[in-house]
Design a protein around this ligand. Structure first.
Ligand code: M6R
Length: 361
């Protein structure tokens, strides 16, 4: 039931403080400040191969950044429809991890089955715990988003990201990369996510105002660096899916290698710019775009310094630890797509041509 909400998507976006909290509690102990020991011994793993489709693929890419940064564990992420048909060369110490809300996506399931047949250890980060992938994988890493009705994935995405970030911390501890103090600090940072997601939901009014303008655009660019790069692609996918506006997500540093040619006064550029180690780099990319007349919307904490240039509109996001920025910034990204679609009057929960679960190739 939608309750007081107009659409399931809106309801599901607002459920995220709870779904993230619930998912994190599966992997982390709030009381002891420790990551729970996992069925897979990360110290004995050489590489992680994540396989997924669509939004789950972007969650996987965010996971990759965390596994490599916090656990020093090499991690590849691939779209399942490519992975399954290209004869990937995998080494024996690799763990194959399928990421999927439904646990039934045909290409992801086939990739998982193939990896298992190759003798690899397999795991599945899935939201439907009775699904084919949950049964097929050696290890089930559940997400606790609850049933997701909207075709556009929102709370399942942040639950996937929560699980992967927590697992990356667990891997870092198991591999001796993270000491007890850092572990406690990272676990604390993760458990701050539900409160900061709730705070990000207060950006509603600011986002609604931006969406009025986005609804008039025919093309939109999303930019980010680090974990904000996959989130930029997720933002573009969300906008495409439900508002039917053409959108692309780019790594901000790639701009001058081509996409900057698209910049004009009619193409809004949404920048995801938390105050992290690459903030200054992103800010200078935005100054370049603004200098070429691009209307920039910078989503950043109010405490972040302003980039040079006119025409940069700011949307204030909560301050947060860089580890949880993809969870906190997912909210404005989802709300932008949502309010733009509402403004356009499209069918938010049942977008044209899309199915909730893609069980055929
Ligand atoms: O059930 P899955 O997570 O395996 O589904 C994967 C994609 O089909 C899914 O994320 C799709 O991209 C969504 N419509 C995105 O909003």
């Amino acid at each position: 039931e939608k309750g007081a909400y107009r659409h399931f998507m809106e309801k599901e976006v607002h459920e995220q403080p709870d779904s993230v909290q619930h998912t994190l509690s599966e992997y982390l102990d709030l009381v002891t400040g420790a990551a729970k020991t996992q069925a897979i011994d990360f110290a004995a793993v050489d590489r992680i191969q994540i396989i997924a489709c669509g939004t789950a693929f972007y969650a996987g890419q965010i996971g990759k950044y965390a596994f490599e940064k916090y656990a020093g564990l090499p991690c590849d992420v691939e779209i399942a429809s490519e992975f399954r048909y290209r004869s990937p060369a995998l080494t024996p110490g690799t763990v194959a991890v399928a990421v999927s809300q439904s646990g039934e996506t045909a290409d992801t399931l086939a990739s998982l089955t193939w990896c298992k047949a190759q003798g690899l250890k397999t795991a599945a980060v899935v939201n439907v715990h009775t699904s084919s992938m949950a049964r097929e994988a050696d290890v089930l890493w559940p997400t606790h988003a609850g049933p997701e009705i909207g075709v556009a994935s929102t709370k399942a995405f942040t639950a996937q990201v929560s699980a992967l970030l927590a697992l990356a911390v667990a891997a870092g501890v198991a591999r001796g990369r993270i000491g007890a103090d850092e572990e406690a600090a990272l676990v604390k940072a993760l458990f701050e996510a539900p409160r900061l997601i709730a705070e990000a939901l207060q950006m509603d009014g600011q986002i609604r105002a931006i969406a009025q303008d986005l609804a008039k655009a025919t093309d939109v660019l999303f930019l980010g660096r680090g974990a904000m790069f996959p989130l930029a692609m997720e933002g573009a996918l969300k906008l495409k899916e439900i508002s039917y506006i053409h959108a692309e997500g780019y790594a901000a540093g790639e701009l001058k290698h081509g996409p900057i040619a698209l910049v004009d006064e009619k193409t809004p550029i949404i920048a995801l710019a938390p105050l992290d180690e690459v903030f200054e780099k992103t800010a200078s990319n935005l100054a370049e775009v603004a200098a070429r007349g691009g209307p920039v919307i910078m989503i950043a904490p109010a405490t972040a310094p302003a980039p040079h240039g006119d025409g940069i509109r700011r949307v204030d996001a909560p301050d947060c630890h860089p580890l949880i920025a993809p969870l906190v910034y997912a909210v404005p990204v989802q709300l932008l797509a949502y309010y733009t679609a509402v403004q356009k009057g499209t069918d938010v929960d049942q977008p044209r041509n899309l199915a909730k679960s893609v069980t055929v190739e």
